[in-house]
Design a protein around this ligand. Structure first.
Ligand code: NAI
Length: 306
């Protein structure tokens, strides 16, 4: 069955080029009305121009789709609120939010400044928070919402020179993990994309032949899947060059140690058992970890819990 978005309104941030542009064009081609947001600055977040967003809107319209341009800086909550208001004035609802806008300030942790760190966190984490917050109550009231946060392998696994970016990209996973719980009863689903694509962000980092395989078009189907009616929830979907994978955070079973072994030496003695992957699993809420450990302690101590 073809997945379509007729009657749905989508906001795609950072959609003036690269992945966001591709997401916006694909959503519009499948029936969504799209707010094409882009601040239009440089790769490291300097300057602003509405040209890129307007260009993508023109492309969408030329193909018969519906779109409006917006130049909000996602790191500025007032501008984001105005963008959401623009979408509401135009189309009266917001069904899909793709938090895609991003910048880079790559430097080793030694050389990077606190200012750069804060700016990257501001755009990626607070940009995502701002846009999600501004749409959240609208989606709750509609009892429908599909939100994507854009993470990165740099956040999930680390990358030399990307401590600021990696921290921000993992932070959006933390945001997702709680929002899925708070949004569940309002039919709001939140998922994460971990893309790898040839864009200005990655230009020059890879041989041309590899870069050419990593077109944004090979990633966008993942995002379309994550914002469909039958989207999953709380999934970290990695996508690039036509491959798709799911990333998970797993926790080992846990080993309860008797009181006299609850010491650093006791942990060292049981280390192989503690890290044993047998029985490791994904927890669906922080509370599950507490319950697991309380259960283990009660069992070890022979205490009955009500
Ligand atoms: P890009 O640089 O081509 O596009 C990012 C867009 O975001 C630009 O058009 C830029 O003007 C816009 N933007 C930047 N700051 C903004 C702000 N404050 N407010 C509104 N718009 C703003 O980069 P690309 O590669 O398309 O990246 C898209 C997303 O995917 C980013 O979040 C990036 O971190 C993420 N990503 C990309 C990867 C890749 O391999 N290209 C890998 C992992 C994650």
């Amino acid at each position: 069955m073809t997945i379509r978005y007729d009657g749905k309104v989508a906001i795609v941030t950072g959609a003036g080029q690269g992945l966001g542009r591709c997401h916006a064009i694909a959503l519009a081609a499948r029936g969504a009305k799209v707010v094409v947001n882009d601040l239009g600055g440089s790769k490291d977040g300097v300057g602003a121009s509405s040209e890129a967003a307007r260009g993508v809107v023109a492309e969408i319209k030329a193909a018969g789709g519906e779109a409006i341009a917006n130049g909000a800086n996602v790191a500025n909550y007032d501008e984001v609120e105005a963008m959401v208001q623009q979408a509401m004035d135009e189309w009266g609802r917001i069904d899909i939010l793709i938090n895609n806008a991003g910048i880079l300030r790559d430097k080793s942790f030694t050389k990077g400044s606190i200012e750069d760190f804060k700016l990257v966190v501001d755009v990626h984490l607070m940009g995502t928070v701002n846009c999600t917050k501004a749409c959240w109550d609208i989606m709750r009231d509609q009892a429908y919402g599909r939100i994507v946060v854009t993470s990165s392998s740099s956040g999930l696994y680390g990358n030399f020179g990307q401590s600021n970016y990696g921290a921000a990209k993992m932070a959006v996973i933390g945001l997702m993990n709680t929002l899925v719980q708070e949004g569940a009863k309002y039919n709001i689903r939140v998922n994460a994309l971990a893309p790898t694509a040839g864009t200005r962000m990655t230009e020059g980092l890879l041989p041309q032949a590899a870069f050419d395989l990593l077109t944004p078009e090979t990633v966008t189907p993942a995002v379309l899947f994550l914002v469909g009616e039958d989207a999953p929830n709380r999934t970290i979907l990695a996508a690039g060059a036509g491959s798709f994978a799911v990333s998970r955070i797993l926790e080992t079973e846990s080993v309860w140690l008797p009181l006299d072994e609850q010491t650093p030496e006791g942990i060292a003695a049981h280390w192989e058992q503690i890290i044993d992957p047998d029985g490791e699993r994904e927890l669906t809420a922080g509370f599950e970890q507490s319950m697991k450990m309380i259960g283990k302690a009660a069992e070890g101590l022979g205490i009955k819990l009500d």
